[in-house]
Design a binder for this molecule. Structure first.
Ligand SMILES: Nc1ncnc2c1ncn2[C@@H]1O[C@H](COP(=O)(O)OP(=O)(O)OP(=O)(O)O)[C@@H](O)[C@H]1O
Ligand SMILES: [Mg+2]
Length: 230
């Protein structure tokens, strides 16, 4: 299946870790600007799927095509370059650099790409405003709350204007009120940047912010729309 107009398409992904089957023929596709929630029980293969799609983990079999290019046919250097230019990441624990201030953290991907400090921090502050954390610019990650830290991490993931944003339980460490607000700002910001979002979550409440839901079970994926009775 290669849905027309998809930006990222995976078919028949299999991945085993020793005797453990993490993915067992999983399919996936996402359109530009679409927000897809990946749901499913613990251990079902959600993170493995996300890591394969992002080119971090190589599947044993199956094909992943991004913007017409087959990931497995690319060199490691090409895949790394693609991750830097086209992909953004937000994880369960924001993984901010503790020694840097919040604005320096958000500006970091641009600085690594060679953008001058002043320009990088201006762009960083723009995203921090949208995520309502611009007031924290001079603070270090250890001095902000969990929800604030996640919003700073979301700002950092968007600062390079990625075409695909991968988020693995981005609100998993937050209470429900905080998680809801982060998700609201996250999806608004991603939509304003026209980024496609692959969002792994346990929570139906979080999935409500998506356009479409995929359920992973025992390493197999199913589109929720196809499960609805006709
Ligand atoms: N690096 C690894 N080495 C060995 N086994 C792994 C590794 N990564 C994942 N697995 C196994 O693969 C299966 C799928 O794991 P995965 O992390 O994809 O699940 P998940 O759906 O993300 O679970 P959770 O909701 O708990 O995060 C699990 O049985 C897990 O133990
Ligand atoms: Mg996981």
């Amino acid at each position: 299946m290669t849905p027309a107009g998809s930006l990222l398409i995976a078919s028949g992904l299999c991945k085993a870790y020793g005797p453990t089957t993490a993915l067992d023929g999983a399919d996936f596709s996402i359109h530009p600007g679409e927000v897809v929630a990946v749901m499913g029980p613990s251990g079902s293969g959600k993170s493995t799927l996300l890591h394969c799609l992002a080119g971090i983990v190589t599947p044993d079999t199956g094909t992943i095509t991004y913007d017409g290019r087959v990931l497995s046919a690319m060199s490691d250097a090409e895949r790394s370059a693609l991750r830097r230019t086209d992909f953004g990441f937000v994880f369960q624990f924001g993984q901010l650099v503790p020694e840097l201030t919040c604005v320096e953290n958000v500006a970091l991907p641009l600085r690594l790409a060679g953008v001058k400090r002043r320009e990088a921090e201006r762009a960083a502050l723009g995203w921090m405003e949208r995520l309502e954390v611009d007031g924290l610019r001079a603070k270090r990650p250890g001095e902000v709350s969990g929800g604030q830290g996640q919003r700073v991490a979301v700002a950092r993931s968007l600062v390079t204007r990625p075409r695909v944003l991968f988020a693995d339980e981005p609100t998993g460490a937050l209470d429900s009120l905080n998680g809801e607000r982060v998700m609201q700002l996250f999806t608004e910001a991603a939509r304003s940047a026209n980024a496609a979002v692959v969002l792994v979550t346990h929570e139906a409440r979080v999935a409500a912010y998506s356009d479409r839901e995929i359920v992973v079970r025992d390493g197999k994926s199913r589109d929720m729309m196809q499960e609805l009775p006709a």
